[in-house]
Design a binder for this molecule. Structure first.
Ligand SMILES: [Zn+2]
Length: 282
């Protein structure tokens, strides 16, 4: 059976890649270049200066997580090539969540790779609309990307000996998906994000946002990771670690305490924000 057609034409994707950056992207250097590098084992950083994209390579094909902004597709593809890999060997395209700064380049990456797009059921409609549809990012459009396969909480994808596991960590988006894997004997965890990011908690930006955040904090408290990765540089101190790695520290990205430190910071910020909004609400 022939694959269903893409939701954005090649012309529309190329036009979005050439379009001026959204003001948030320009202000926060979301599309500024960064040299690609290997984080640990077969896990590589192919994102921009401030937003992550991860390439996980295997002899049986590769995983590519996140597409950054719509203009980032060519840069990510060039980064994959710089590391000596082929975009056409990318078999699975994954996403942390359906905001423009992490999903924007996915359609362009799918166009270049032919990979299967795998996402949570709750974020699928937003990826396919090219718009999260609520909160401050609602109406900030990106080229829509067809989701070929839905992944549930605890679901896995395998290429060669590498297994990626999906952890649904909703809150920041309804279908926010974190990913874990083992690389070089270490547990690697890529966090979807747990920041409120200007979304209203009272009234709820989407139904269930408060319960989602609380369930995600409870769930991730029980988790352990040797290597904590996230989708904005500031969440995991990307540049300081990379500088230490360049200086010769091979385990610069290994810190088993970091996931729980991140959880604590995010949970405190969430509860404070909720209290402030409840105090203001009638
Ligand atoms: Zn987001």
């Amino acid at each position: 059976m022939a694959a269903p057609p893409p939701l954005a034409s090649n012309e529309a994707i190329l036009a979005a890649e050439q379009a001026p950056l959204h003001k948030w992207a320009a202000e926060s250097e979301w599309n500024a270049p960064m040299e690609p590098f290997t984080i640990i084992g077969n896990v590589h950083y192919v994102g921009t200066k401030t937003i992550s994209a991860l390439l996980i390579t295997t002899p049986k094909g590769h995983f590519l997580i996140d597409g950054v902004v719509p203009q980032s597709g060519p840069q990510i593809a060039a980064n994959v090539a710089k590391l000596g890999y082929k975009m056409t060997d990318v078999k699975y395209l994954l996403n942390s969540h359906a905001h423009m700064d992490h999903a924007g380049g996915l359609a362009g990456l799918k166009m270049r790779s032919g990979a299967k797009m795998v996402a949570s059921a709750a974020d699928k409609p937003f990826l396919e609309a090219g718009d999260i549809g609520h909160g401050p990012s609602g109406g900030v459009k990106f080229p829509p990307v067809r989701v070929d396969r839905i992944i549930a909480d605890g679901g896995t994808l395998r290429l060669g000996k590498t297994i990626l596991k999906a952890h649904l960590t909703p809150g920041h988006s309804p279908g926010c998906t974190s990913w874990s894997m083992t690389a070089a004997g270490k547990t690697v965890f890529y966090h979807c994000s747990a920041s409120v990011a200007g979304q209203s908690l009272k009234p709820e930006a989407y139904p269930g946002i408060v319960a989602n955040f609380r369930a995600t904090f409870a769930k991730t408290k029980a988790m352990k990771a040797d290597v904590f990765l996230a989708n904005h540089d500031i969440f995991f101190d990307l540049h300081a670690k990379r500088a230490r790695q360049i200086a010769g520290e091979t385990q610069a990205f290994v810190n088993p305490a970091e996931l729980q430190e991140f959880n604590r910071i995010m949970e405190d910020a969430f509860e404070q924000r909720l209290k402030a909004e409840e105090a203001k609400a009638p």
